[in-house]
Design a protein around this ligand. Structure first.
Ligand SMILES: NC(=O)c1ccc[n+]([C@@H]2O[C@H](COP(=O)([O-])OP(=O)(O)OC[C@H]3O[C@@H](n4cnc5c(N)ncnc54)[C@H](O)[C@@H]3O)[C@@H](O)[C@H]2O)c1
Length: 250
């Protein structure tokens, strides 16, 4: 395994209590970073913090990411605990289940947009001023190949991830001269607990679209996400990096 240099960097990982976020936390700690896990699931958060503590400094912040005041509080608490926030990884996300656009209920549609798009906007809004003060930052948004291609029976999810790609491109340009780089990754399906919220038919559909004919592993996602979080990523911003096993065509 290549070594990614994150020595001394403080990394916020939303949705870090489990799944891809947890794999990112593990590799970040192994790469010399300290980590703040931000998640709404308090029990899982405490469990993951205990498990990861052997690898380095890990703090756990219980936060509902759609709540502006809670995000501001989490930011202040993390800066107090870690001294800085050098990296923000927006990994928290939900699927909202599957159904055609006309079947999905408006409150479900809105909630998916709220968590997957407004959440990352709020974390960027809270953390970018800290990065500007430091004169350094890396932001990685976990979008999805669904945001590029539009999965049937997941219009809310696909639209939220397309929105997140748009946010990444705008913010990347706004910060291009500030040594704060903003990029997104677009994974295909990875077998995490997020699968519990999708129909088997939808999971089969996603697998059928992947030329490599297998699911993405969370550790494979972590290696690209953390390279984009490192100083080695120096001339890429407002950009979208593929993690789809050959599915994406642009
Ligand atoms: N697993 C996949 O197939 C896949 C594919 C493409 C993109 N993604 C994206 O990758 C990211 C991580 O996915 P995963 O598979 O690890 O999911 P997961 O369900 O295993 O983990 C998501 C985490 O986000 C947290 N979370 C959800 N809503 C939150 C909120 N409002 N406030 C705070 N925390 C919240 C959950 O508690 C959970 O710990 C998501 O954004 C997902 O959309 C996943």
């Amino acid at each position: 395994m290549n070594r990614i240099d994150l020595e001394g960097r403080a990394v916020v990982i939303t949705g870090g209590a489990r799944g891809i976020g947890y794999a990112v936390a593990q590799r970040a700690l192994q790469s010399g970073a300290s980590v703040a896990l931000w998640d709404v699931d308090g029990e899982r958060l405490a469990h993951s913090q205990r498990e990861l503590a052997a690898l380095g400094k890990v703090s756990a912040v219980m936060v509902e990411l759609t709540d502006e005041a809670a995000v501001a509080k989490a930011t202040a608490q993390t800066v107090a605990d870690h001294g800085s926030i050098d990296v923000l990884i927006n990994c928290a996300g939900i699927t909202g289940g599957n159904g055609t656009t006309w079947e999905l209920a408006p409150d479900v549609w809105r909630r998916v947009i709220d968590v997957n798009l407004i959440g990352p906007y709020l974390t960027c809004r809270a953390i970018v001023p800290q990065m500007l003060k430091q004169g350094y930052g890396r932001i990685v948004n976990i979008a999805s190949v669904a945001g590029k291609e539009g999965n049937p029976n997941a219009s809310h999810y696909s639209a939220s991830k397309a929105g997140l790609i748009g946010l990444t491109k705008s913010l990347g340009k706004e910060l291009a001269t500030k040594n704060i780089l903003v990029n997104a990754v677009t994974p295909a399906a990875a077998k995490t607990e997020i699968f519990d919220s999708m129909s088997q038919q939808h999971i089969d559909y996603m697998l059928s679209k992947i030329p490599m004919n297998r699911f993405l592993l969370p550790e494979e996602a972590a290696s690209l996400i953390l390279w984009l979080s490192s100083e080695d990523c120096a001339f890429s911003t407002g950009s979208v990096f593929d993690l789809s096993g050959g599915r994406a065509t642009y």
